[in-house]
Ligand binder design. Structure first.
Ligand code: RIB
Ligand code: CA
Length: 306
């Protein structure tokens, strides 16, 4: 049983990744969630997560993390709307965050368990501060599997992906930490894109599917307006690699983070080396999306009693 903490900034794609993880309780023990400033500011991303978990009657620990990057200022993104999770209308959450802050929660879980895996779906502020605060616990982290970076593109600047752009100093700390890192970058996310036909087919299939439709219909609007017929659900990729590694081709590489570039802030420079396992290619997009749909069906069946 893999012990997992999810660090996130919900965020439409964060929620999809979380739902897929929660569909495999026999394989993945989600110890809890830590939230961090990224897509939106801390109160909103935390409230977004709690509302979704509460709406689906999922009782998990949520620990609040950093409300700003290590050095730079927060830059909330329009892609997720005013609330950070525009689209679904969700009731107020019955679930409240725990007292422990994110870094302390990760420390407690690292002490309690033999090894933990961190799924990092946002700027890496919480993770970097855990590494800096408790370096003696680095060996308790089996790996950090993250969505972030790019080999040759960018979604915030020409060569910068948002999670690394949002807090480049923290990304630099993570890649220099010596903890095994698995990187799902923009390019692999593009290969894993989900068709708008699949998204539209979610509607009317039950409470979980309707929630996912409302989330993904909003999230895919950007591409629909540009007559692109699919959208990458970015944060879902590291989770699908964890659940179905046979679907992917990977290779070791060296990743260095640009800290000082005016036009390349947070750029991930990929070269020969071994501080990172790059998820390089997807073998079968149809199978990938079928696994995702299977996860939603599992959650729908589990939720049918609620
Ligand atoms: O670049 C994509 C990443 O930025 C995803 O984690 C998305 O949720 C946003 O945080
Ligand atoms: Ca995210």
């Amino acid at each position: 049983m893999r012990k997992v903490i999810v660090d996130c900034d919900p965020g439409h794609d964060d929620i999809m990744a979380i739902l897929s993880l929660l569909a495999h309780p026999d394989e993945i023990d989600v110890l809890g969630f830590t939230t961090v400033c990224g897509n939106n500011l801390m109160p909103r991303v935390t409230d977004n997560l709690c509302r979704v978990l509460s709406y689906l009657n999922i009782d998990k620990k949520v620990a609040c993390g950093y409300d700003s990057p290590l050095v730079l200022d927060p830059e909330p993104q329009d892609a997720h709307g005013e609330s950070g999770l525009d689209g679904p209308i969700l009731p107020s959450s019955k679930l409240k965050p725990i007292e422990l802050k994110a870094v302390e929660f990760i420390k407690e879980m690292a002490l309690e368990h033999d090894k933990i895996t961190i799924v990092a779906l946002a700027p890496l502020t919480n993770i970097a501060m855990f590494i800096k605060t408790f370096p003696e616990l680095k060996n308790k982290i089996e790996c950090i599997t993250l969505m972030g970076g790019s080999r040759s593109s960018g979604n915030i600047l020409k060569r910068s992906e948002f999670n690394f752009y949002g807090d480049p100093h923290s990304a630099d700390i993570v890649f220099k930490s010596g903890i095994p890192v698995i990187m799902s970058d923009i390019e692999i996310c593009a290969e894993c894109s989900t068709s708008h036909k699949i998204i539209d087919g979610l509607k009317g299939q039950g409470k979980v599917h309707d929630l996912c439709y409302d989330i993904l219909n909003f999230f895919s609007e950007y591409n629909r307006k540009r007559n692109v017929d699919s959208s990458p659900i970015f944060d879902l990729v590291p989770v699908m690699h964890m659940l179905h590694p046979e679907l992917f081709i990977t290779r070791k590489c060296q990743v260095d983070i640009e800290l000082d570039g005016k036009y390349t802030r947070g750029m991930s420079v990929v070269s020969e080396g071994d501080n990172c396992l790059l998820i390089e290619h997807l073998k079968d997009n149809t199978l990938y999306n079928n696994y995702f749909l299977e996860d939603l069906n599992i959650l729908e069946r589990n939720n049918s009693g609620n």
